[in-house]
Each structure stands twice: as structure tokens, then as C-alpha cells.
Design a protein around this ligand. Structure first.
Ligand SMILES: C[S@@+](CC[C@H](N)C(=O)[O-])C[C@H]1O[C@@H](n2cnc3c(N)ncnc32)[C@H](O)[C@@H]1O
Length: 292
């Protein structure tokens, strides 16, 4: 972990002075916060990586494909797309904080980075991609229908747009709604005088149903080629490991406090099954080829 990263996480442990008091993962402005960007990148459970890997598989990329990762964030999906060796790979993202991490992590020699969203990609004048992917973006953008409309009218004939839609309403820890579990966890931390000002991450958030997304695709001039749905699950041990690495990386000089948090975390998480919600994957294309 580099010095800046450690410092950012240290600030986070010390009550998160630069973060909003409530973290709403659906708020697009959140991803512009440098501290949150670090936190987002370093605290993703391995299940997110495997979902990104599956999405890259689903795209069946060949050496002739021109691929765009729209809303690439810190580059989790981009990394898997890069291993498929497409002819060209574009990473498009409106947050400089997220892109900064991507640039540190990936070999950007063969990636074209575009700051912005679909409009900036179109305006950039690069060769048009035939496969556009977005992981974890639909539930975050303010107006997904407009984004989809622009994507479908930009894609070449037989181009595809693959994207995921996360829905956290059923998030739970061994059946207990995540919001309630988190509340109990925070109360236990408070009892040992820890993390009382740490931001609350909004859980159990409703986003879109499959039918709502399908309607949106239809309205935007697209059609669904394939849909699948998965639960996003990881283990309590994984949560303990992530929390420990965050804490230890951030504040090695505060080990007794950290040990207290870790002990509570073990009591709460050990042996538990954590379900973050469900993830839909839609493989889509534009409906009206004649109109293009
Ligand atoms: C949950 S993160 C997902 C990041 C990355 N794709 C991943 O899988 O880790 C959502 C991303 O969407 C980006 N975003 C927000 N509004 C957007 C828009 N209108 N167009 C493209 N990306 C957007 C955010 O900046 C953020 O990086």
C-alpha cells in the first residue's frame, strides 16, 4: 500500500472527515470523492472481481473487437477485458479520482482513457466500439434511459451493450437485513468507544426490478438478447479479512484499538453468509437496425 493510500484510509478510520455522514452508493457524486474512491477500490469483496470476470467472459471478445468499459471506475472490469486482447480497449469514467487509481493499477499503454461518459466517448472521435460494457453503473447514473438511448444510437449494427444492475433491497447477513445487522455492529463498536462518527453505508436499497430495466431498454431503442441474475455472496471471514486489512493498512500505530474492532468483527461475522443483494446482467443490442 502506498503512502497516500495509507493516509487516505487512516483518515477514514479517524471518523471519515471528508466523507458524507451517510454513504449512498447510488449517488454518482460520491465516486468523485478521492477518499471514497480509495475505499471503494480497496474494500470490494472478491465476489465483485469474479462478477467482473464473468462479465468479460460473457462478452466473448475476439481480436477484432473494439471494446469500451463505460463507467470503468478504478478498472476492475477493464483489467479482465484487457486480458482478452481486444483490438482496442477504451476506459470511460467521469471521476478523475477513480481514473487515478486505474492508471496506477493497469498498464495503460494499450488503453484509451476518456474522462466523462458516453457523450465524451462519442465526441472523442475514436473508432466506434462494437462492444460496450458497464459494470455497476446502471443503478448509479441519474438517468439510465438517456444513457442507454445514446449507447444504442452510437453502437454499430450488431454491436452489443452488456451491463449489470445491482439491487440491494434483499441484502442480508444470514437472513438478517444488512441495515439491522450494521446497526447492531455499530452499537457494539460504540460500546468500546470506536467508530462512532464513521459514515453509515446505506444498505437494503431498492434500485430497479428486471421489468423496469427491460422497459427502460425498450424505451431507449434496445432489446434484450440475454438476461441472467445472480446473488452477490461472500463469507463472514472475507468481511473480517477486508476490515482487518483496511484497519491495519490505515493505522498500524493504533493496534490496540484495531484489535478491539477486529474482536467485535469476529463475533459478528465469523461463519456468516453475507448476501449483498442480486445482480442482473443484460446483454442487449439496438432494436431498430433500419433506423441507423
Ligand atoms: C459502482 S461504480 C462501478 C465502477 C466499476 N465499473 C466497477 O465495476 O468497479 C459506478 C461508476 O459509475 C460511474 N458513473 C456515474 N455516473 C456515470 C455516467 N453518467 N456515465 C458513466 N459512468 C458513470 C461512477 O463514477 C463510478 O465509477
Amino acid at each position: 500500500m502506498d503512502k497516500n493510500h495509507a493516509k487516505a484510509l487512516e483518515d477514514l478510520v479517524k471518523s471519515g472527515p471528508n466523507l458524507p455522514s451517510e454513504i449512498n452508493l447510488r449517488d454518482p457524486t460520491l465516486y468523485h470523492n478521492a477518499l471514497f474512491a480509495q475505499m471503494y477500490d480497496s474494500s470490494q469483496p472478491p465476489v465483485w472481481d469474479s462478477l467482473c470476470e464473468e462479465l468479460a467472459e460473457e462478452a466473448a471478445i475476439t481480436a477484432n473487437d473494439i471494446v469500451a468499459d463505460l463507467g470503468c471506475g478504478s478498472g476492475r472490469l477493464t483489467r479482465y477485458l484487457q486480458t482478452k486482447n481486444p483490438k482496442k480497449l477504451y476506459a470511460i469514467e467521469p471521476s478523475t479520482a477513480m481514473l487515478k487509481i486505474l492508471k496506477e493499477r493497469l498498464d495503460t499503454q494499450k488503453i484509451t482513457i476518456v474522462l466523462g461518459s458516453i457523450d465524451e466517448l462519442i465526441q472523442s472521435g475514436v473508432e466506434r466500439p462494437n462492444k460496450i460494457l458497464s459494470s455497476g453503473v446502471f443503478s448509479v447514473v441519474t438517468d439510465p434511459e438517456t444513457l442507454l438511448r445514446k449507447v444504442y444510437s452510437y453502437l454499430p449494427q450488431e454491436g452489443i451493450y452488456l451491463f449489470t444492475v445491482e439491487d440491494w433491497r434483499n441484502a442480508n447477513v444470514d437472513g438478517e437485513p444488512t441495515e439491522m445487522f450494521n446497526e447492531r455492529f455499530r452499537a457494539a463498536l460504540k460500546e468500546i468507544g470506536m467508530a462512532t462518527n464513521a459514515p453509515v453505508i446505506k444498505a437494503n436499497q431498492e434500485t430497479y426490478t428486471k421489468e423496469e430495466v427491460e422497459r427502460c431498454i425498450q424505451n431507449a431503442g434496445g432489446m434484450v438478447l440475454k438476461h441472467r441474475v445472480k446473488e452477490m455472496i461472500h463469507s463472514g471471514e472475507c468481511a473480517i479479512a477486508m476490515l482487518s486489512s483496511l484497519l491495519e493498512g490505515a493505522a498500524a500505530d493504533q493496534l490496540p484499538k484495531i484489535k478491539g474492532i477486529q474482536d467485535i468483527a469476529k463475533q459478528f461475522y465469523a461463519g456468516k453468509k453475507i448476501t449483498s443483494g442480486i445482480q442482473h446482467t443484460f446483454v442487449t443490442t439496438q432494436k431498430d437496425l433500419e433506423a441507423k
